[in-house]
Ligand binder design. Structure first.
Ligand code: NAD
Length: 288
């Protein structure tokens, strides 16, 4: 066995529940080892009520950084010392970094999503974006789109508990990023959806529709796709959703959700270590 863990090894961890399925420990530990960095990354099953104690542990153990997943992202934002601009607007964080005892919370889902678009040659600046969904992933993307200079964001959500969240995001962005026009409509209003998609540069699905077991469903009638529309999905299982396949058939440029996951990890790694994550090497290692 390799002599990797020492008396100096710095600890990073994922907090949330459940965490057992997470790919983060494998990805970060591979990268630390690859880059010869003396860190170890674990996953701790922690619920909301236990988070104040988890924060005491983070401080007492002088943990270098880590991540928060459901259901702990909102409470984490209340327990950190500082928040990134996006995390402050959203009121949630999925990543923390401990610099000399000062813990900063970040939210990197939206950053990962936008970098994935960039890697596919798509810039969001000055673009009109239609986005379906108002949950955790959708909100992070909406805020990051606004911070990265999107001209207009049209949010559509079904009439459920998330609809209010879309309205709250619209109100917050009106104050924090007033140059970005934000509209919120019901997904059931197919006429407005068709009108907005017709004029849009980018269409994003950030709902659970398209992922297993909803993989035979799509929220967008394929007659609405036009050649100038870039169609992106947050769903990564399956890698190509029904919406992405139909958009491809219609001649649209498409961007799947897998890259969002990867680039979000790379952004986190850079926050933890100041280095680029060895993505290609990790992908090769994974496919072995
Ligand atoms: P969430 O529970 O916070 O939000 C769920 C969203 O789906 C809400 O907007 C809700 O209104 C919508 N929804 C639920 N049922 C619907 C229906 N029948 N019709 C239309 N809309 C419906 O979930 P989340 O964590 O934001 O995840 C949303 C999607 O984003 C999932 O598909 C998830 O796989 C994906 N995601 C991807 C990444 C990535 O890295 N690629 C990261 C996080 C989430």
């Amino acid at each position: 066995m390799e002599k990797r863990i020492s008396g100096h090894t710095g600890l990073l961890a994922l907090f949330g529940s459940p965490v057992g399925h997470s790919g983060s420990p494998a990805m970060y530990n591979f990268s630390f080892q690859h880059d010869n960095l003396d860190y170890a990354y674990l996953a701790f099953n922690v619920n909301i009520e236990q988070m104040p104690k988890a924060f005491e542990a983070i401080r007492v153990l002088n943990m270098k950084g880590g991540n928060f997943t459901m259901p702990c992202k909102n409470i984490a934002a209340e327990l950190v010392d500082k928040l990134s601009p996006a995390a402050e607007i959203i009121g949630a964080c999925n990543t923390f970094v401990n610099e000399n005892g000062v813990i900063t919370g970040h939210i990197t889902d939206g950053i990962g999503f936008n970098i994935n678009l960039q890697k596919h040659g798509v810039e969001v600046k000055d673009k009109k974006v239609v986005i379906l969904g108002a949950g955790g992933a959708a909100t992070a993307i909406q805020v990051q789109l606004a911070l990265d200079g999107a001209k207009e964001i049209n949010i559509f959500n079904i009439d459920d508990e998330f609809y209010k969240k879309a309205e709250s995001t619209k109100e917050k962005l009106a104050v924090k990023v007033p140059d970005c026009k934000v509209t919120v409509d019901h997904l059931e209003d197919q006429e407005t959806l068709a009108k907005e998609i017709k004029e849009a540069d980018i269409l994003i699905n950030a709902t659970i529709i398209g992922m297993k077991p909803y993989d035979d469903q799509t929220l967008v009638n394929k007659s609405l796709f036009h050649k100038n529309l870039i169609v992106a999905d947050t769903v990564y299982n399956p890698e190509k959703t029904k919406m992405i396949l139909e958009a491809e058939e219609a001649g649209c440029k498409v961007v799947g959700g897998k890259g969002m996951l990867l680039w979000q990890g790379a952004v986190n790694y850079e926050l933890f270590t100041g280095k680029e994550m060895p993505i290609e090497e990790y992908q090769k290692f994974q496919s072995k």
